[in-house]
Design a protein around this ligand. Sequence first.
Ligand code: PGA
Length: 260
Amino acid sequence: MNNQKYLIAANWKQNGDAKTLIRLINDFIRLHKKVKPVCDILILPPAIYLETILNRLKHHKISRKRISLGAQNISSYENGAYTGELSVDMTKDYNCNYALVGHSERRHVFNEDDKIISKKVRLSIESGMQTILCVGETIIEYDKKLTKKVILRQLKSALVKSVDLFKSDHSKIIIAYEPVWAIGTGKTASLDDIRDIHSYIHNSLSKILGIKTNNIKILYGGSVNDLNASLILSLPNVNGALVGGASLNSKKFIDICSSI
Ligand code: PGA
């Protein structure tokens, strides 16, 4: 699988405002033109700024192939009377071609359960999005050595109803392994744990698909920064990173993108 490009995604979460995010994307584009990283880059801005960021990319003549845009979250409904929600098709109006589903903050802060996540995965793939499904264990589950059990449950429940949609094109789904206790804490999983869990996810995906091996990308997330990225990204079955805090600093984020 490793002749595929790495994917480095910036999850800006609910941070910044128009002024700071325009400055951030302008700085990042300037560094990107200088450094020319070889990986695929994805920006996940707060949805209300998708158009603003899209306009900056267009203004600087950055093609969608070099820096893509994605949605941090999508509704589990196609459309209708769901106040405050954002349909996957609406995000496509702003050139989004990726959607994040089941981020730990959606699962744990907004109580999204396996059923909702499974619906979102299907809607997202059906609408043509490259869909990034996040999985990961809490610290209690980690301490009880339940990591693999939890991840297998999250993978199966989110994917079994959509296997028909990505069976013949593995690029439609991407997995992000993010231990909940590593997100925003400055603690990353050990390299041995990342190697072990990514290989477990890779093998579990083959089983879910009913085939011997697969080309599904698996990203690591959880306190990835400019100092630890190159070691993490050199591990087998690590095909990119999902970056939160460090993606809010253009210099740190370009360093992560160029550490491959
Ligand atoms: P972090 O966030 O890099 O700040 O730990 C990662 C994520 O939540 O995707």
